[in-house]
Design a protein around this ligand. Structure first.
Ligand SMILES: [Zn+2]
Length: 647
């Protein structure tokens, strides 16, 4: 019905059409008022003012009249909280951080803190930040001024910025009495903004429009640095880092005391691989706002990027101390712990992150990897699946699931997940590393070397990548390359047992015993690789013809690891060579029971039985060796068949 009417009016004439359109839009606005749930926090000083409750009620009534009429927005006080404000805080931003630390937003869209802290000269009446759902408002004897300030601060949450516009509520310093058209446009654009922390307020499809509105306003050249900051915030979300830096520098040329400009510049530097410069910028922010949790979080990221894990841990802990509900800081701290092989701490941090923010997919995937590190495959699997449910394009979760498959010996499934991780993020070095390991286990050395080279190119500072690449070269019998890669690993970590052992192995295989000994002596004896150390020592002694010492070392390897197939095989072969048939037989039988090197063991057992003139037994063993794919010596087989017949 309504539609028909409009069309007819449109035909009749422009004037009538205009009137009916404005009537239509007015009625649709009143139909859908967006209600914002507010938690009000009141500090002890504010409570000293008589009738503070009725003052707050009256303020919201007045503010809502304006916001409902102009924007279809209404602020509803859902709950009150007591706020023990920190009296040592100097300025409004310090109070804002204090409020965030002490009063939770959970169950609300935003928190508004009312403080009675004395205002010192040049201090602001209120404070707010577009990206965070907290506002602080200072008590003032003029209720009208408080109303205008609250209106002003709320507008900041909807993208409005401080202007040089005396009539406007958004005027910096003393607010005017109504919204200017520019601010009204910005607020309308942000009307549906989200207040979920960890999400950007605007959806991606509105970001360009917002940038345009602010850029237009800049043409007025009123030195409104907030415009630059807002454009930088939006450009950051678009990953347009040169623009972020350009806007921040433009703002800083007007005004040096802009902590947010340094912070945004720092983020842009870090994301463009300049972590050291990022840290310089963040430290400038801390000069103005030492208790800003986000800055410590950003410092944590930058230090991690620089490879300084301990400093990263301290910064994340500081961020959490300042904001105990900082889910992302918990998640990132968990990630650093994971990478330092501190699985228990990683698990605790991720659990805390998920308790605060259950949809944090990265916390789920870090949790999965931490359980994998603790060999708890079933928990690891559960959290991988949860991570992928939250974010099906999370490369970390695929990579971890691949590693779970790999641990279970399901190489094909592992490869499938690693492929997926690499497709999603070709710069994700850990996935290349993991896929390289899988190919290595599958004895596909060419592919393993290619993947591991890729991993070392993407992240040259990870010693594990070089160590595993060396292992792949060793398997492919390219000893010089194995030495090269191991040396790079040792350069990064001079006590890395895998690299030192690989160096020793490579020199042993090249017949350079002296160098092999030198590297072997550098392996820390308290490492998890004791069996391998003894194994290599035994091989070196054997190369020198010191058979007793070789036996001794291989026996020690077996003491450390009774299932060590290499030690069993070496011992069996050595006894066989020396003609000590019964101990040799014993070791081959242990190999068969263990399921390692079975074909060789059966073949050599056949020879032992032959020597002991147990020809039927020998024949059975030889057939087994053949069954397992070994090419037995044809002359020996012929001879054995002959002897069986004779008997
Ligand atoms: Zn302002």
């Amino acid at each position: 019905m309504v539609l028909k009417k409009v069309i007819r009016l449109l035909i009749i004439g422009g004037l009538i059409f205009n009137i009916s359109l404005s009537l239509l839009s007015a009625s649709s606005k009143s139909e859908s008022v967006r209600v914002i749930n507010v938690r009000v926090a009141v500090d002890e000083e504010f409570r000293q003012h008589q009738d503070w409750r009725s003052l707050i009620r009256s303020l919201f009534n007045k503010v809502n009249q304006l916001y409902t009429a102009d924007f279809g927005l209404s602020f509803k006080v859902k709950s009150y909280a007591f706020w023990m404000s920190d009296d040592t805080n100097q300025n409004i931003f310090g109070l804002l951080n204090d409020l965030r630390k002490k009063v939770s937003y959970l169950g609300h869209d935003l928190v508004i803190g009312f403080t009675g802290e004395k205002k010192r000269p040049f201090h602001l009446l209120g404070g707010a930040n577009y990206l965070r759902n907290y506002i602080v408002l200072r008590w003032n004897p003029s209720e009208n001024l408080m109303k205008l300030t609250l209106t002003h601060e709320l507008a900041h949450l909807f993208g409005a910025v401080d202007l040089n516009e005396p009539e406007s509520i958004m005027n910096q310093g003393q607010p005017g009495t109504k919204f200017d058209p520019f601010s009204a446009k910005v607020i309308a654009l942000n009307r549906e903004r989200t207040f979920l922390p960890s999400f950007f307020p605007l959806p991606p499809n509105k970001i360009d429009e917002a940038i345009n509105i602010y850029t237009q306003r800049k043409l007025k050249k009123k030195k409104e640095t907030d415009l630059n900051i807002m454009i930088a915030v939006l450009a950051l979300e678009k990953e347009d880092y040169p623009r972020v830096i350009q806007e921040c520098e433009e703002a800083l040329a007007v005004e040096l005391k802009l902590p947010e400009a340094y912070n945004l510049k720092g983020i842009a530097y870090r994301r463009t691989n300049r972590p050291a410069r990022a840290i310089e910028e963040y430290k400038k922010v801390l000069l103005f706002q030492p208790r800003m949790p986000e800055v410590h979080y950003n410092l944590g990221l930058a230090y991690w990027h620089l490879g300084e894990a301990e400093k990263a841990i301290l910064e994340y802990q500081k961020a959490i101390e300042l904001d105990p509900r900082y889910a992302k800081a918990y998640a990132n701290l968990g990630y650093v712990f994971l990478k330092k092989n501190r699985a228990d701490e990683a698990i605790l941090c991720c659990q805390k992150a998920l308790e605060l923010f259950p949809d944090l997919a990265k916390a789920q995937s870090t949790l999965a990897a931490a359980y994998l590190l603790r060999d708890d495959l079933s928990q690891a699997k559960i959290h991988c699946e949860q991570a992928l449910q939250l974010d099906p394009s999370l490369p970390e979760a695929y990579s971890t699931r691949g590693s779970i498959h790999l641990r279970q010996g399901k190489i094909e499934l592992a490869l499938k997940d690693y492929n997926q991780a690499i497709n999603l993020d070709p710069a994700y070095s850990e996935a290349w590393f993991n896929r390289g390991r899988a190919y290595l286990l599958a004895n596909n050395f060419t592919q393993a070397i290619s993947d591991l080279c890729q991993a070392t190119q993407l992240t040259p500072q990870d010693h594990r990548y070089w160590g595993t690449l060396a292992a792949a070269y060793l398997k492919a019998e390219d000893f010089d390359q194995a030495i090269d890669s191991s040396l790079k690993a040792v350069e990064l970590n001079d006590t890395y047992p895998v690299a030192l052992l690989n160096l020793a192995s490579a020199y042993l295989r090249k017949g350079e015993g002296q160098k092999a000994w030198e590297w072997l002596e550098k392996v820390p004896l308290d490492s998890d690789h004791l069996a391998e150390i003894h194994l290599l020592r035994g091989s070196l002694f054997r190369q020198q013809g010191q058979w007793l010492k070789a036996k001794d070392e291989w026996s020690k390897a077996l003491e450390v690891d009774p299932h060590n197939g290499e030690a069993l095989l070496n011992l069996a072969n050595l006894y066989l060579e020396q003609g000590q048939l019964s101990p040799a037989r014993n070791y081959y039988q242990r190999l068969i029971a263990l399921g390692v090197h079975q074909a060789v063991a059966y073949n050599n057992l056949a020879y032992i039985y032959y020597r002991q003139e147990e020809f039927d037994q020998a024949w059975q063993c030889l057939l087994k060796a053949e069954e397992l794919g070994l090419q037995v010596h044809p002359e020996f087989k012929k001879q054995l068949a002959l002897r069986r017949k004779k008997k």
